[in-house]
Design a protein around this ligand. Structure first.
Ligand code: GDP
Length: 407
């Protein structure tokens, strides 16, 4: 059963956070496309996006109800939890944040940090969700990565760590220089996958300068990196990568990537960064809870007693679907679980892994996983479901802090 634990290191429970219109739906679409989850690209404007299940969402062109979708990238399972970007749905954002282990914050390269991006960022801070930033829409007239990064530095986080240099501006934006490997990634017009090549001559000096700035910013904040930097006056790509992972997970730095989701440029390196820097369910602290006044803790261990949080309930033709984040233990088809807050038992019908436009039945779900369950009749969003012999009402990280709603 050790394999179960090892498999957890290859899970990323990911949210995409953004100001409305920054491109969250498009980024989500392109992730599903890049991971082979969908075979055609949905476009926001023609209402074919697969994450927007609800007709009301399609009509309004905004993502109202969070949906969780699983996809695979580089041997990892990414459970993508959609979070609404609209101010009217602060509660739903809050619930989604409770079940994430990491997030991508999407910004518009023209507008930079906008008021709603700031509110959602603060909410994610309160929940201790590690983040990487994706500056989107680099193809737009007036797009300016440096200005967007500066607005991140001033309004959100003092340590944006920029790991890419754009190739070309606005309409001529064709790719990025990966500052860790000092390689160019470019996308041909209409091309789906990146082509790798040497850094263009015209950008070599600038790429070297930016690599140096990145090394200095990382060494300043990471003791082991500082040691190497002092010894060798430079940092290897491996040291940079592991320091960036540590800084992301501790919240001491925010890796910044860029691209144009609409033109499908920059999404693969973004997925690589999600896998490299954001934590797995094993890397995050155990969740705390209480029951009858007694404090409890549940670690991400498939052998511990079962505990999960219901974070979304939706009515579908299949029946009532309850989306669960499993924190500890294992849940199987036919199990009886306790809704600890309501003190009522329920029976688990089918367990489904949701993959964009398909739902695949699975026999069980383990700690760290996100699945949808059919058969629960009454559990509400926010309910803790647990093993009846080990009752707990979960308080996910950050919930002890006062929560200010988005305004
Ligand atoms: P959301 O509200 O954050 O989910 O944003 P959407 O994904 O719906 O995008 C908002 C608008 O921006 C849509 O019209 C998209 O087609 C457009 N858009 C998204 N990504 C890009 C991009 O990279 N470049 C440009 N020029 N437009 C984009």
């Amino acid at each position: 059963m050790r394999t179960d634990i090892n498999a957890l290191t290859a899970v990323r429970n990911l949210g995409i956070l953004a100001h409305v219109d920054a491109g969250k739906t498009t980024v989500t679409e392109r992730i599903l496309y890049a991971t082979g989850t969908t075979h055609k690209r949905g476009e926001v404007h023609d209402g074919t996006t697969v994450t927007d299940f609800d007709p009301q969402e399609r009509d309004r062109g905004i993502t109202i109800f969070a949906a969780a979708v699983s996809c695979s990238w580089d041997g990892h399972r990414i459970n993508l939890i959609d979070t609404p970007g609209h101010v009217d749905f602060a509660d739903e954002v809050e619930r989604s944040l409770r079940v994430l282990d990491g997030a991508v914050a999407v910004f518009d390269a023209v507008a930079g940090v906008e008021p709603q991006s700031e509110s959602v960022w603060r909410q994610a801070d309160r929940h201790g969700v590690p983040r990487i930033a994706f500056v989107n829409k680099l193809d737009r007239a007036g797009a300016d990565l440096d200005a967007a990064v500066e607005s991140i530095r001033q309004r959100l986080h003092p340590a944006p760590l920029v790991v890419q240099l754009p190739i070309g501006r606005e309409d001529g934006f064709t790719g990025v220089v990966d500052l860790l490997r000092l390689r160019a990634l470019t996308w041909a017009d209409g091309g789906d996958t990146a082509e790798e090549g040497p850094v263009p001559d015209a950008l070599r000096e600038e790429a070297g300068r930016r690599r140096r700035l990145l090394e200095e910013a990382v060494a300043e904040r990471h003791p082991a990196a500082l040691e190497e930097f002092c010894d060798r006056e430079t940092l290897s790509a491996e040291t940079l990568a592991s320091a960036l992972r540590d800084l992301t997970r501790s919240g001491d730095g925010v890796v910044v990537l860029c691209g144009s989701a609409y033109r499908n440029r920059g999404v693969e390196p973004l997925l690589d960064a999600v896998v490299a820097y954001l934590p797995s369910p094993l890397d995050v602290p155990a969740v705390r809870g209480t029951y009858d006044g007694a404090e409890q803790e549940r670690a991400a261990d498939p052998h511990a007693p079962f505990a999960a949080l219901a974070f979304k309930v939706s009515a579908t033709p299949t029946g009532r679907l309850t989306y669960l984040r499993v924190y500890s233990g294992t849940i199987g088809k036919g199990d009886t679980v306790l809704d600890a807050g309501a003190r009522r038992t329920e029976r688990v019908g089918r367990i489904l892994r949701v993959r964009a436009d398909r739902r695949t039945p699975v026999d069980r779900a383990l700690a760290g996983d996100i699945v949808a369950v059919v058969g629960l009749k009454a559990a509400r969003p926010g309910a803790t479901l647990c093993a009846p012999q080990a009752p707990v009402v979960l308080e996910p990280p950050g919930v002890a802090d006062p929560v200010v709603s988005v305004a």
